[in-house]
Design a protein around this ligand. Structure first.
Ligand code: FAD
Length: 311
């Protein structure tokens, strides 16, 4: 983790900073580079453009840590709306959705898991009717067990539901072994939250080594690995492992975030790889933006300078 990453992730929890950042005009430019729009229409349009270029998409309606059941219902409604619009445009063969369980009730003080499961079921049903799938994003480590338990329940009726695992957690190699079965879609990412030493590797090198170990388990297994990283070394290791384990293009996919390394996304797609771009949208972009800035000191310096000069 970079020396600025932890302070920034901590800062991102302050309501005051959130207020300041969210209302600053300077936010707009940076936000737009990571989030194409706030409305369903804008994200469907952005998706159509990617799909025209042969790139698949996974759409994330922004919002997390919902402590209000009505807000959770509104998030479910937003997913049903976007699935309907994607279907109407004939895009669902190339477009799926990513869902954060904390946005649909997991963090509610009473029956959070049950509510999140029922809400996730509603989204999975709508996705299946539209001819596509759902992937459950992974959040901080206090939610991992609950999220994997909800995934297991959902997969009884919707086995196509995707899982996410984070290479920075000590537990993840074992989770990959459990998840590498036939038909199991598993996204492997490094992990984006500020996690303690007791549960997570702290150095970049250790996280990268764990990523490679997890990747080997997934590539050697029977499932469908979704390799979510912008790291050039890991992309190249993934390609080598695909050859080593005799995986044809299309039996795994690369995933990157909207706005990050678009040239590489196109290069991989043109080389015949399956590539999917994760596109967040909506008004609740603050937490997402802060995690992206924490990963990228160059953007962070620019951003903080603007913040200081305006306050
Ligand atoms: C499709 C997808 C889904 C994800 N889902 C989850 C999830 O469910 N849960 C979760 O915890 N995390 C998720 N993440 C985030 C992930 O955990 C990492 O935080 C993020 O991808 C950065 O790690 P990296 O593998 O790209 O490697 P890094 O070491 O962070 O970056 C490698 C290189 O990528 C480029 N790069 C990275 N970030 C930026 C940036 N912000 N701007 C410009 N260039 C950049 C740089 O060239 C950098 O050197 C997801 C990531 C992707 C791609």
């Amino acid at each position: 983790m970079g020396f600025l990453t932890r302070p920034l992730l901590l800062l991102s929890r302050s309501e005051k900073v959130k207020q300041l950042v969210s209302t600053m005009p300077v936010s707009a430019g940076i936000v737009r580079s990571y989030v194409p729009g706030e409305t369903t229409e804008s994200v469907v349009e952005a998706s159509a453009k990617q799909i025209d270029d042969g790139i698949r998409v996974s759409l994330d309606f922004l919002g997390e840590d919902t402590l209000d059941a009505e807000q959770a219902d509104a998030t479910v409604a937003a997913y049903l709306d976007v699935l309907g619009q994607l279907s109407a445009r004939g895009l669902t063969r190339m477009a799926e959705v990513s869902v954060k369980l904390s946005a649909i009730g997991q963090a509610l003080p009473e029956n959070g898991d049950k509510i999140a499961l029922e809400n996730a079921r509603t989204i999975c049903r709508a996705a299946r009717n539209a001819g596509t799938t759902v992937t459950l994003d992974m959040e901080d480590h206090t939610t991992t067990d609950s999220t994997l338990a909800i995934l297991r329940e959902l997969r009884k009726d919707f086995p196509e539901t995707g899982a996410v695992v984070q290479a920075y957690l000590h537990r993840t190699e074992a989770d990959c072994r459990t998840l590498a079965y036939e038909g199991s879609r598993v996204r492997l990412c490094k992990g984006a939250y500020d996690e303690p030493e007791s549960v997570a590797f702290q150095s970049r090198l250790d996280v990268d080594k764990s990523y490679v170990r997890c990747l080997k388990v997934l590539m050697a297994g029977q499932g469908y690995p979704m390799i979510a990283t912008h790291d050039p070394r890991l992309v190249s290791i993934a390609s080598s492992l695909a050859s080593r384990y005799g995986r044809a293009a299309g039996s795994y996919e690369f995933q990157m975030l909207y706005g990050i390394r678009p040239d590489e996304q196109h290069r991989l797609a043109e080389a015949g790889e399956t590539v999917r771009v994760y596109i967040p949208y909506g008004t609740e972009w603050y937490g997402y933006l802060m995690r992206r800035l924490a990963e990228r000191p160059r953007n962070l310096t620019f951003f903080l300078r603007s913040l200081i000069s305006k306050s």
